[in-house]
Write a new protein. Structure first.
Length: 387
């Protein structure tokens, strides 16, 4: 089987998926940009850099030229290539790519699979966007999503028949390097005491992630004792600078400077392990969400337990008392109670990290994900054959 995959903006996920598919006698032609060119690909994957640079620091005119050139290259590829299944990971510009280009691809005899990582793109909830995705979900031949919650949102919110949507989990991050680094070494590198109780907020800093709830929970915890540390790790975009400043102001105002460490760089892959090995537990105090969190799965890949808000699919992804806890979204007191429960009960369980990793392997293995994804392709091709 030979398919074309149009990459999105999550290279780790896409690289892991295409490599897993390649082990199942599937040849993949991967269309992407410069962010994919430095990955190593097996013989079953052919990378086509049709998008090129996505440098945001250029003029609007140059961005328009760049996007137009990319669309022309994609159409040329589809017109001259006999690949029958096209799997799209993201529509950067919904109407142009999800409606116009998809309809053109279908006129050329392609069947389109779309992975809906969210019901609608994060932070894009306008009526116009909703109308565009109403069209997109009708234009594509099949939809893959990662959680039952996202499927329910698509089926009920956009009147799409359930058989058109398959739930296939987001796999664990297998691209971030893992070594034999110990917790003590990781903490030494970060200047953290071995006996500290270390909480981690990891990922791009965004208002919807509710970091202020995590800080308020920390403030409550410090009232009852010392030994707490909170790591806030991840990049900040220009539009979210005011949010990180507000968090920093809160830390100063509440006297938390000695226990909170901000690292707002883009974290290189070879440094990610250090933070997950140094932490006792990952916090996901999101205020909203209709998606599966890649950070949650990254934590699981390191055997790190998770305490998350009861939004999106977190309640389905975290078995309470086994690999973490779920708390009421926006409730800092409930979060503080769950953190105390974690250190009082769960953290003392022997072999906790190994248990978390085993739990994740059973649910999120790339072998299982690639099998189910290839099954979607096969059913589409069979249905075309019967037609």
């Amino acid at each position: 089987m030979r398919i074309c995959m149009i990459a999105g903006d999550n290279p780790h996920y896409v690289h892991s998926l295409v490599e897993a598919l390649a082990t199942r006698n599937t040849t993949i032609e991967l269309i992407g940009g410069d962010e994919y060119k430095n990955y190593q690909y097996s013989s079953g994957v052919r990378f086509l850099n049709l998008r090129g640079s996505q440098n945001p620091n250029v003029s609007i005119l140059w961005k328009l030229i760049r996007v137009t050139r990319y669309y022309i290259r994609c159409l040329q590829y589809m017109f001259t290539n006999d690949v029958r299944v096209v799997h799209v990971q993201r529509f950067r510009f919904g109407f142009a790519e999800g409606v116009v280009l998809v309809c053109l691809y279908r006129l050329l005899g392609k069947q389109i699979v779309y992975t809906a990582h969210n019901v609608q793109p994060k932070r894009q909830k306008s009526l116009f966007t909703r109308g565009v995705y109403h069209l997109i979900y009708r234009c594509v031949d099949h939809i893959i999503c990662h959680t039952e919650g996202v499927k329910a949102g698509i089926v009920s919110g956009f009147a799409i028949r359930g058989s058109k949507v398959s739930v296939i989990h987001h796999g664990m991050n297998s691209s971030v390097p893992k070594t034999q680094m110990s917790e003590s070494v990781a903490r030494e590198r970060l200047g953290i005491d071995r006996d500290a109780r270390v909480l981690l907020l990891f990922g791009n800093v965004k208002p919807y992630k509710g970091y202020e709830v995590g800080l308020e929970a920390l403030r409550q915890l410090t009232l009852d004792g010392d030994g707490w540390r909170l790591l806030v790790v991840g990049g900040v975009s220009r539009k979210d600078l005011s949010y990180i400043r507000a968090l920093d102001d809160y830390v100063n105002r509440e006297g938390l400077r000695s226990v909170v460490k901000f690292d707002t760089r883009h974290i290189p892959d070879d440094e990610v392990e250090m933070f997950f090995k140094a932490a006792d537990v990952l916090l996901l105090p999101y205020m909203e969400g209709d998606f599966q969190s890649g950070v949650l799965l990254l934590a699981y890949s390191f055997g790190l337990p998770v305490i998350a808000a009861n939004v999106g699919s977190f309640a389905d992804e975290i078995e309470n008392g086994l690999v973490g806890y779920v708390f009421r979204a926006g409730d800092a007191m409930d979060l503080a109670e769950k953190i105390n429960d974690f250190f009082r009960v769960l953290q003392k369980r022997p072999g906790l990290r190994e248990l978390v990793m085993e739990y994740a392997r059973e649910r999120y293995s790339w072998d299982r994900i690639s099998e189910r994804t290839r099954g979607v392709y096969e059913r589409l091709l069979e249905s075309r054959g019967r037609g």
